[in-house]
Design a protein around this ligand. Structure first.
Ligand code: ADE
Length: 245
């Protein structure tokens, strides 16, 4: 997969992809991440990427010419038959695990990080295929949103997660994670649940599944509606509900 990120502040995006697991994915060749400085696609002396809004008002708008030039060049350069152009904006569709999975199937994505009051409407009309918001809050620009999207998408690429972990994820991703413990067995009087020390993998998996169900029920009951529940899951949830009445 190739990901181009178009931004007027490449410095914001230099850190996140140079650490830890995303760095490893880049080194392994699972993904190529390319930071593109929008200013390098300007043709005027002042290298102007933004301008005041027609009709007046507050703030600056990203101009269409450099964005069209950048996207057209990046598409041609990729040689890919299909490139998805995604604008990060609070007006976009809400990003979630399903959107991450869908985007992880595309070979070439071009992310446009919006800035200031927005981008010229003709960019939306004729250049952008998809608009994404990472949540109902307003950031100063799309860069951090793009970093979130890239992180969530790259960890889904085949070969990124150990096979066992990815299989587990597809089964239980609609639920919240069960609690985790590591050494020591007792810390400040708080004990690790005995089942986790038992060596009985059947019992451990059963306990984890029930803890996931319980946590999801307590914190995000909305997620249970979409989850693939087994008959024993439903029995367990019914039991918790009764206890709490
Ligand atoms: N740009 C500013 N706020 C944003 C958000 N919540 N999601 C995506 N892009 C943004």
């Amino acid at each position: 997969m190739k990901i181009d990120l178009i931004t007027i502040f490449p410095g914001i995006l230099e850190g996140p992809f140079k650490e830890s697991m995303i760095k490893r994915a880049v080194e392994q060749g699972l993904v190529e991440i390319n930071l593109v400085d929008l200013r390098s696609y300007t043709r005027d002396r002042h290298r102007q990427v933004d301008d005041t809004p027609y009709g007046g008002g507050y703030g600056m708008i990203l101009k269409p010419e450099p964005l069209f030039a950048a996207v057209e060049h990046l598409k041609a350069e990729s040689g890919s038959t299909y490139s998805r152009v995604v604008l990060l904006t609070p007006q976009g569709r809400k990003f979630d695990q399903k959107a991450a999975r869908e985007i992880s199937d595309i070979n070439h994505i071009i992310l446009i990080c919006g800035r200031y009051e927005g981008v010229d409407e003709r960019v939306r009309m004729a250049l952008v295929d998809d608009e994404i918001s990472i949540g109902d809050y307003v950031l100063t620009g799309g860069e951090l949103a793009a970093a979130v999207l890239v992180d969530a998408v790259v960890r889904l690429l085949p070969g990124f997660l150990a096979e066992e972990a990815s299989a587990k994820e597809s089964f239980s991703e609609a639920l919240l994670e069960h609690p985790h413990y590591t050494r020591p067995p007792v810390f400040r009087g708080m004990e690790v649940p005995a089942v986790l020390l038992s060596g009985n993998h059947g019992a451990i998996n059963g306990w984890r599944r029930q803890q996931s169900l319980k946590r999801t029920y307590e914190r995000r009951p909305d997620l249970l509606e979409k989850a693939d529940l087994l008959p024993e899951d439903k029995t367990y949830l019914d039991a918790i509900k009764k206890q709490q009445l």
